[in-house]
Design a protein around this ligand. Structure first.
Ligand code: ZN
Length: 187
């Protein structure tokens, strides 16, 4: 169990429409967020008011909308280090249970997301390896992971292909027809 602080000054990252981040601080009580959640059987405390398209809870204050899971994470675990984002151990975006939330890096978040997706689909790694076994989605993922700091040898293991093949994908010498897709792991 996480020791909960009832009141905390939170520093919440706000995304401006031009994409520049700014930091604001204010005082907020944990109970002010948790009173608007519903506790599920698995312990998830899901935000039952406004949500984003991605399912994350959002709370408006002083004309700005904040992610509720980030507010909770900040109150309970303190301010994030630069570039940290919230990891949901329960994989449930609207969940605000402090015990299901932790700060982590983009790399951890992406790896976590892929591991969960991979377990559901049994993924490409497993049986016959080789270029033909990769899907277009794998190629997109590999390029995103590479940009986020994954090294060739790790990617090769994850996808069951050689590091040389990963290199060809990352440098766009293979699978040229798969378009570049922007970074969609932002939350
Ligand atoms: Zn949860």
């Amino acid at each position: 169990m996480v020791a909960m602080r009832a009141v905390s000054v939170v520093h919440v990252k706000q995304v401006r429409c031009n994409g520049i981040f700014q930091w604001y601080s204010f005082t907020m009580k944990l109970e002010d967020i948790l009173k608007d959640t519903t506790t599920l059987e698995n312990g998830c405390m899901v935000w039952n008011k406004s949500r984003t398209k991605g399912g994350y809870g959002q709370k408006g204050m002083n004309g700005t909308k904040y992610y509720t899971h980030r507010l909770v994470c900040e109150i309970v675990h303190g301010a994030p280090e630069s570039k940290q984002e919230v990891l949901h151990s329960c994989d449930n975006p609207p969940c605000c249970n402090p015990n299901h939330l932790a700060w982590g890096t983009r790399k951890q978040n992406v790896a976590d997301m892929l591991a969960k997706g991979r377990n559901r689909s049994n993924g490409p790694s497993g049986e016959n390896h080789g270029m033909s076994k990769l899907t277009r989605m794998d190629v997109v993922e590999i390029r995103i992971l590479s940009k986020n700091g994954f090294v060739l040898t790790d990617l090769a293991k994850m996808y069951g292909v050689s590091a040389a093949q990963i290199h060809l994908i990352v440098t766009r010498k293979e699978w040229k027809e798969v378009p570049e897709i922007g970074d969609f792991f932002t939350s």
